[in-house]
Design a binder for this molecule. Structure first.
Ligand SMILES: Nc1ncnc2c1ncn2[C@@H]1O[C@H](COP(=O)(O)OP(=O)(O)OP(=O)(O)O)[C@@H](O)[C@H]1O
Ligand SMILES: [Zn+2]
Length: 745
């Protein structure tokens, strides 16, 4: 059997302990702590505590919040050493479904269960009751002496909503003393209430747009499962602009309407979590969803976490970590842009949020929707083999059509040296400017130039901590490492030979394109968009609003600007270096490049004006380029799939990356040798390496890699555990195990 995520569907692999009743019989409960231990520790409890109950205990000397756990008990300590459960938190217990997700994720990724639990309890402030504040409420009859000022205060309170005294006084246009007087008179009273305003409830009753027939069929398939109940995974594949979002909005509305306590999780790649998306949600549901991502303030984070745990947060939209929130009653999961590599977490617990979303849905017995214009090969195979239900939207909504794609052969039709935009692309932008339309130039490289070298002696500027060039950022006047953040002012003389004025920038980044645009079209309104040219989400929102309002003619951007945006006046897209993603090619380089370019191209011509896309390439015959021109995605993906199948690569075989890293090379080499020497010799498993990783140094640490490849019929986790657990690595050397690796750096 070929299974893409075996522990989802093949219980014979790694299954965590099934939750049984906690065992208070012996006066003990197991408590799993958010620390890197796989086992629950015993604590004394004089009353039975249900699994999932959040408790405060002492571990070492530290107070900690943990979770009463049904299985995974370590060696029981003697009764004399047992510490009591100090307190039970005033929160609903974690759902059984979530506890099992923690165990499955731990088993699947070879992480300690406690490390996964830590992702669930990721908001310590949310664990305590919310701070309170005195609010004014109506408490008795109006006083005999009802002045005009007093009447205004009472009028404000007529809606029944409590208010903070100062706010009330301001709203009524009176002094604080008037409010105080009413409290003294017994007409009003002060009550300690949650400082946090209540979370708004999205309204599923507002009708969405009428779905077109394809959208309607897709939604009906999902709705049938919602009515019948239970787990089903849907792959919602629709060309860019086909209305995937409208379809899953309907499914969200259905989930909310069917069950007054239902909760919905929507996972988006962080950079696709834009104001445009939030606005659209608010227009459809009457209020913003609850957000969960790295940019939240501490207060917003606390409110979101607690709102989810108490079931008040009905729709949560967030980056991958939103999957591990303590939903009480999860009824639908949506993973939008499911192919996006950023769903893989690359540090700590190395999980893939898309795969774990499917796992969570199956544990919670709910539908899950994976949406994409360019589904991952893994999901495609799952759909073909019947594990996912495949829903397709083949056309853009309404009159919009997919843009025409052309290649520009850089070997024959490229620009002059020192320029980056070919004549054909320049002509297309001229045309767009004449017609008052917008153009987008895409280059997935921040900064001005990726390499700086000395024309005199050839010296290159390298990061002292990493195997990487320093990238020039001319706007800031600095050279920077994109891996560790190391940064220095751009020098004016060579560090090697001292020659002055001889340093040259090699190759383009978006800033350099911005210069070329300014030179060529001095009258055009241009903007360069990259994560480091924006000061934050507000700045990004402002720029996007300007583009929407057609106050920008030419956008130069990294992938930041490619995901999910809808700019009606944008008609020309230029991909400045279509070959960039193919360099250094790992397993998924072609697939990923294809997906990214389809997304970029998909920004063109989304409304009533037709779009055109220009791909600048040195290899116009490359299958990725061919597929983009012909639009024959299926053929391209079929070829990719055949190649993977032939090589026994995922999803037809399984991979695990092992990285040994440490501060000194000798220890790393020794650890690599130890792994090689003890490697299991098992039929159906191959082990490659150790070799220095492509990023042989990162943040000052040396890194060597091994790659383990097995067939689908082997449990790669079991093989790894038996091999690695007994090993004693040299001091300061760490081993990172990455199941289903996405990054091979
Ligand atoms: N049934 C419909 N009625 C009216 N407008 C629609 C309908 N379906 C889609 N649209 C509009 O068409 C545009 C594209 O739809 P949407 O953004 O949902 O597509 P998508 O498939 O999610 O796109 P992408 O993958 O490019 O992000 C939006 O402006 C949307 O409001
Ligand atoms: Zn560095």
């Amino acid at each position: 059997m070929v299974a893409t995520t075996p522990s989802l569907f093949a219980p014979e692999t790694e299954v965590g302990d099934a939750p049984a009743a906690a065992r208070p019989d012996d006066g003990r409960v197991g408590v799993l702590l958010p620390l890197p231990f796989d086992q629950a520790f015993d604590y004394a409890s004089d009353r039975p505590l249900a699994p999932g109950t959040l408790v405060r205990v002492t571990f070492g000397r530290q107070p900690r919040v943990g979770v009463v756990w049904a299985g995974r008990r370590g060696t029981p300590p003697p009764a004399a050493k047992l510490k009591p459960v100090d307190a039970v938190l005033d929160l609903p217990p974690l759902s059984d479904e979530l506890c099992r997700l923690v165990e499955r994720t731990a088993d699947y990724t070879l992480s300690p269960a406690g490390a996964v639990l830590r992702m669930v309890l990721s908001c310590p402030a949310g664990l305590s009751p919310p701070p309170t504040r005195a609010h004014v409420v109506r408490a008795g009859p109006a006083p005999d002496r009802l002045t005009d000022a007093r009447r205004r205060v009472l009028d404000r309170l007529a809606d029944g909503l409590p208010r903070v005294p100062a706010d009330l006084a301001r709203e009524a246009g009176v002094s604080d003393g008037v409010v105080r007087g009413l409290v003294d008179a017994g007409t009003l009273a002060l009550e300690d209430l949650d400082r946090d305003p209540p979370l708004a409830r999205p309204d599923p009753a507002t009708p969405g747009p009428a779905l077109n027939p394809e959208q309607h069929d897709a939604f009906q398939a999902i709705a049938r499962r919602q009515t019948a109940g239970g787990f089903e995974a849907f792959l919602l594949e629709g060309v860019t602009g086909s209305g995937k979002t409208e379809v899953y909005f309907e499914a969200i509305a259905r989930a909310l309407a069917d069950d007054a306590d239902a909760q919905v999780a929507v996972l988006l790649p962080e950079i696709a979590l834009t104001l445009q998306w939030l606005d659209r949600f608010a227009r459809r549901f009457g209020c913003a969803p609850v957000q969960w991502h790295s940019g939240l303030t501490a207060a917003a984070r606390r409110q979101a976490w607690r709102g989810v745990a108490e079931g008040r947060a009905r729709v949560v939209v967030g980056a991958r970590s939103a999957l591990f929130l303590p939903y009480r009653r999860l009824k639908l999961i949506v993973v939008d842009e499911e192919h996006d590599p950023s769903f893989k977490q690359e540090d700590g617990v190395l999980y893939h949020a898309r795969d774990m979303a499917v796992m969570r849905a199956s544990l919670a017995q709910t539908p899950v929707i994976l949406a994409s214009a360019t589904p991952s090969l893994e999901s495609r195979v799952n759909a073909r083999q019947g594990r996912y239900t495949h829903l397709r939207l083949t056309e853009r909504h309404g009159a919009a059509v997919l843009p025409a794609v052309e290649t520009v052969d850089m070997r024959t039709d490229g620009p002059k040296p020192g320029r980056w935009l070919a004549p054909a692309l320049v002509a297309a932008i001229d045309g767009a400017l004449d017609r008052g339309e917008q153009s987008l130039l895409f280059l997935n490289r921040r900064g001005y130039a990726p390499l700086t070298l000395c024309r005199q002696c050839g010296a290159r500027y390298e990061c002292p901590n990493c195997t990487a060039w320093l990238v020039e950022h001319r706007y800031r006047g600095r050279l920077e490492c994109h891996h560790c953040g190391h940064s220095m002012p751009t020098p004016d003389r060579c560090f090697e030979c001292g020659a002055e004025g001889e340093l040259v920038a090699c190759g383009p980044g978006v800033e350099r394109l911005g210069d070329e645009v300014a030179e060529r079209w001095p009258g055009a309104r241009a903007v360069v968009l990259a994560s480091d040219t924006l000061t934050g989400p507000d700045d990004a929102a402002r720029v996007v609003a300007r583009i929407e309002a057609s106050q920008v003619d030419i956008v130069v951007g990294t992938q930041l600007i490619t995901k999910g945006y809808h700019f009606p006046a944008l008609t020309v897209v230029g991909v400045v270096d279509a070959d960039l993603g193919l360099k250094g090619g790992d397993l998924r380089a072609a697939e990923r490049t294809y997906q990214q370019l389809v997304q970029v191209a998909g920004r063109a011509g989304r409304a009533d004006r037709e779009g055109a896309v220009y791909l600048q390439t040195y290899d116009p015959a490359h299958p990725v380029t061919r597929a983009l021109i012909t639009g024959d995605k299926d053929r391209f993906m079929d070829l990719e799939e055949e190649a993977r199948a032939r090589a026994g690569m995922p999803p037809f075989g399984r991979l695990a990356g092992l990285v040994v890293e440490g501060p000194d090379l000798a220890g790393v080499v020794e650890a690599g040798r130890l792994l090689a020497r003890t490697a299991p010799r098992v039929e159906g498993a191959a082990i490659y390496g150790p070799v220095p990783a492509p990023l042989a140094r990162l943040r000052g640490r040396h890194r060597h890699r091994l790659l383990v490849q097995t067939g689908r019929d082997l449990s790669i986790q079991r093989l790894l555990r038996a091999w690695i657990e007994p090993l004693k690595l040299p001091p300061k050397v760490r081993l990172k195990v990455d199941i289903d690796p996405i990054s091979f750096l």
